[in-house]
Write a protein that binds this ligand. Structure first.
Ligand SMILES: C[S@@+](CC[C@H](N)C(=O)[O-])C[C@H]1O[C@@H](n2cnc3c(N)ncnc32)[C@H](O)[C@@H]1O
Ligand code: SF4
Ligand code: SF4
Length: 318
């Protein structure tokens, strides 16, 4: 299960869906502890913390230790800034941290610092990643680099993947940017179109098959936005198309903790289908497209998608 600790954060990523500034606070500690205890009593094996920034939660180590004492493994999604301190990372692992996903916005300092809204973010994340790579054997749940897949990353995508792979990063995930209104007028510049996605994924998959043999996948990218070469080949499709798994997520509001099935909720509230999707062979299993994408670019881009999917899956060349 996942616990969202609240929206307080030491970054200001420009496309983060977190609420506006005054509402960026952490949940009350006693409510979080009660939620941990409730999860453990229900036999939950791993608690994953998100936010906001979990490592910035006051005395986060004690929450991790509480989980461990109750027999739960502990994961975090983090921007990594505070893990540039190797002693802080060691303390979290000593307390019981077992799995880390570290998030990246950019493949160079200018891009990362601009998007994270924080000068020096890139350097601090690199230092954190070095620290994490050094203690990988103490993270039995694994280490993952989580990229936001946005338009400005696409031209450097191959270098980004290869660079991480050569450093020893075992798994990389690319989460397709969800266009959020908070981004304002700069939104479109960060959102890749279907054809751009296909081209970028095609190049990355081809390099990987020929050379790198790295482990990476694309999440929240609908099947029809994958290139023909991947969608038509079952093995490649399984390798590169990431899947969201269902889990319960707890968020804290004025009226107390609210629990929801994370995957179901985001499909029903954040994604939609285009009109053309009703003719698609994958309509039943596809999660759909971010609402924000359809709001930005309209549905017409998906008019030919069902025929493309059909051609891929029936062995024809699209
Ligand atoms: C909201 S953050 C919270 C945890 C932590 N602060 C972090 O950055 O990992 C959770 C994940 O959402 C990603 N993210 C933020 N804004 C996004 C967007 N508009 N579309 C897709 N992913 C996004 C982040 O990169 C991060 O991997
Ligand atoms: S670090 Fe995470 S929570 Fe903080 S602004 Fe960036 S994406 Fe949002
Ligand atoms: S259902 Fe729609 S979004 Fe999903 S793969 Fe088919 S055409 Fe694409």
């Amino acid at each position: 299960m996942e616990i969202n600790l609240g929206l307080a954060c030491n970054c200001r990523c420009l496309y983060c869906p977190s609420m506006p500034e005054p509402e960026r606070r952490f949940a009350p500690r006693d409510e979080v502890v009660a939620e941990i205890e409730r999860a453990a009593s229900r036999g939950i094996e791993e608690i994953s913390f998100s936010g906001g920034e979990p490592t910035a939660f006051p005395d986060f180590e004690s929450l991790v230790a509480r989980c461990r004492n109750l027999g739960c493994a502990v994961g975090i999604s983090t921007n990594g800034l505070l893990l540039e301190d190797a002693d802080r990372l060691a303390a979290l692992i000593d307390a019981g941290l077992t799995r880390v996903g570290i998030s990246f916005n950019g493949s160079d300092a200018a891009m990362e610092d601009r998007i994270a809204g924080q000068a020096g973010a890139f350097g601090r994340k690199q230092a954190a990643l070095d620290n994490l790579l050094r203690v990988q054997d103490r993270l039995p749940g694994g280490l993952k680099v989580k990229w936001v897949l946005h338009r400005k990353l696409l031209s450097g995508l191959e270098a980004a993947i290869e660079g991480m792979h050569r450093r020893g990063v075992p798994v990389q995930g690319f989460n397709l940017i969800r266009p959020v209104p908070e981004m304002g007028s700069g939104l479109a510049a960060y959102v890749p179109r279907v054809e751009e996605l296909r081209r970028a994924i095609r190049r990355a998959a081809a390099c990987n098959e020929l050379e790198w043999h790295a482990n990476f996948a694309f999440l929240d990218v609908p099947p029809c936005c994958f290139p023909w070469e991947v969608l038509a080949d079952g093995e490649l499709e399984r390798r590169y198309r990431g899947h969201a798994y269902e889990r319960e997520i707890t968020q804290f509001y004025e009226q107390g903790p609210q629990r929801a099935p994370w995957r179901t909720e985001r499909i029903s509230t954040l994604k939609s289908k285009a009109a053309a999707c009703r003719d698609c062979r994958l309509n039943g299993s596809c999660e759909g497209i971010w609402n924000g994408y359809l709001a930005l670019f309209g549905e017409r881009e998906f008019d030919t998608a069902p025929a493309f999917v059909e051609a891929c899956l029936s062995g024809g060349r699209a």
